[in-house]
Design a protein around this ligand. Structure first.
Ligand SMILES: O=C(O)CCC(=O)C(=O)O
Length: 295
């Protein structure tokens, strides 16, 4: 078994708007900014106890990593729980149960005063600050965000590992057609280069995030995330301004998603199996071609 090639994501303490735009936003390169949240109330206050106090009574849907099957829509929760019980669980035990896309503005608006939209040159979509929670060992399978937003991802309490892949790497990812994820049988921590030879050509970036770190993930970047301890994160998004990217975003959100749901409803597991086979054969052909060229 080999390993996926990665290099560290550049880290800075702080960054000016001009430097961020020039060195990271314009060239669409990720960066981890350590000091961006230091003056926020959230930096002092946001931990699992605080969430438990403010949202303990809410019932929350929880997701695991079971692949979606048959006629299911892409994202069905595995179960639900009171937030207080879920937080208790992730404080004390490993679990693969996660909270995904918790809409802060709707569910916990009093927390909106605890942070600011950073002045780094991104035009943030202020309607949608969202939280994500996971326990020790929870994994977020590799995917990119369908809306192709530029993302700033902030982590609170504990640590998490993040692997990123640029959109140019999509050709080696075993992406599933009409979806924003790859073959769910792939484990990027233990890649099976025999079964998935294209993974040998993949080049990613890696960082371990700690409390208060802010990670810029440019539009269309794949992310694979592992919670090393129970903790939570917030993502702020800025919508694409490039005409080409805007077109792709509209295609993903208004066509691809609905087309996929119709195909699943009509053909169920057969459709999923067909797409997985296609992804495997197309990507393996690409790897075979590259191997031949290198001989
Ligand atoms: O950290 C997580 O749990 C998921 C984050 C994510 O997928 C995102 O911000 O798009």
């Amino acid at each position: 078994m080999g390993q996926i090639k990665t290099t560290p994501i550049p880290r800075v303490q702080n960054i000016s708007k001009a430097d961020f735009i020039k060195n990271y936003y314009k060239p669409q390169k990720p960066v981890l900014i350590e000091g961006l949240t230091k003056n926020w109330k959230a930096f002092q206050k946001w931990n699992l106890d605080y969430i438990q106090q403010h949202a303990g009574d809410q019932t929350v849907p929880l997701y695991n990593n079971e692949p979606t099957k048959g006629k299911q829509n892409s994202a069905e929760p595995a179960t639900e729980m009171k937030m207080a019980d879920y937080i208790e669980l992730i404080k004390n035990k490993p679990t693969d149960l996660r909270i995904f896309f918790y809409d802060l503005k709707v569910k916990l608006p009093e927390l909106l005063n605890d942070f600011e939209y950073p002045d780094i040159g991104l035009k943030f979509f202020k309607r949608l600050p969202v939280l994500f929670f996971g326990g020790e060992g929870s994994k977020v399978l590799p995917h990119y965000d369908m809306d192709l937003a530029d993302l700033v991802h902030f982590h609170f309490q504990g640590t998490k590992d993040v692997m990123l892949f640029s959109p140019e790497q999509t050709k080696y990812m075993y992406k599933i057609p009409f979806a924003v994820h790859n073959l769910e049988t792939i484990d990027l921590d233990n890649p099976d280069f025999h079964k998935y030879p294209a993974l040998q050509y993949l080049e990613g970036l890696q960082a371990t995030m700690k409390h208060g770190d802010a990670l810029y993930m440019p539009s269309g970047y794949w992310h694979y995330i592992k919670y090393l301890d129970g903790g939570f994160s917030m993502t702020l998004r800025a919508f694409p301004r490039h005409v080409g990217r805007l077109g792709n975003m509209l295609y993903n959100v208004f066509f691809m998603r609905h087309f996929e749901n119709v195909m699943r409803k009509s053909f169920g597991q057969k459709w999923i199996d067909h797409k997985e086979k296609r992804s495997l054969s197309k990507t393996n052909q690409r790897a075979a071609k590259l191997k031949k060229q290198s001989l």
